[in-house]
Design a protein around this ligand. Sequence first.
Ligand code: 9WO
Length: 252
Amino acid sequence: MKYFDVVSIFPGMFEAITGYGISKRALERGLYDLVVWNPRDHSENSNKSVDGRPYGGGPGMVMSAEPLSRAIDAANRRQEDVGVKKKTSVYLTPQGERLDRGLIDELEELEGIVLLAGRYEGVDERLVQSKIEREVSIGDYVVSGGELAAMVLIDALVRRIPGAVNHKESLANESFETIFLDYPQYTRPEVFESHRVPPELMSGDHKLIDRWRLKESIGRTWLKRPDLIANINLDAEQFALLDEFKREKGVE
Ligand code: 9WO
C-alpha cells in the first residue's frame, strides 16, 4: 500500500487520476490511497483566504504559510496514523530537481509522499523551508499550478505498484523500456491510406517479431533520442541491429 497526500486548493482536479484508467483501477484494488487536503479548510480568517499580496510589491498573490502549514501537518498526521514509516514531502516547482526515471526509482522506495501543489505566483518561502524536504520539477516550463505536475509524479509511481498494470508482459516491457524507446505499434486495418503493416508483424514468427521490434526500438532511440543512445553501451547484438536499421533506412 502506498499513501499519497496532496495539499491543493483544487481537490477536484485529482479526479483526473482517481477517476480514469489504470490509476482508477489501482485505487479500487486498494493498491494506493490518495487524500487531498485543501488549505482553505485550514484558513482561520473569516474570508477563508489562502493568499496575500507579495511583500516588496509586484504582481499577483502569494500562498500564505499558515493555512498551508496546517494542511501539511494534517497530511503528515494521517500518514503517521496509517503507519507510514518511510516518507517525504515534495513541492512541485520549476525550481526543483528534474523528474526522471532515476528520481522515480528513488521515490518508489517510499511508502508515503506528501505533495504540495502551489498556485498563484508561488508559496511563502518560509513554508517551503520549514515543511518541504524536496523540490521536484517535471520540466523547464511554467504551468498554472503544481497539480498537473503532482499528478504526473503520482501516476508514474502508481503504475509501478505490482498489480496496477494488468499484463505480466507490460511489466517485462517496462524494464525493456528503461533502455530504449518503444517500438512502433499497428492494429487493423492491414492497409491504411496505402500504407501496409510491416510484414514481420504479419509473419506469425515470434522470434522474427521480437527481433524486428528490438531493432526498431534501438533504431528509433538512435534517431529520435541520440542523447539516450550516448549513455548506453550497446552489446554486440544490439550494435548489429542498429547497423541493420541504419542500412535499411539508408541513413549513415
Ligand atoms: C509564475 C511566474 C510569473 C512570472 C515570472 C515567473 C513566474 N514563476 C511562476 C511560478 O513558478 N508560478 C508557480 C505556479 C508557483 C508554484 C506553482 N506553479 C507552478 C508549478 N507552475 N509550474 C509548476 C511546475 C511544477 C513542476 N514542474 C514544472 C512546473
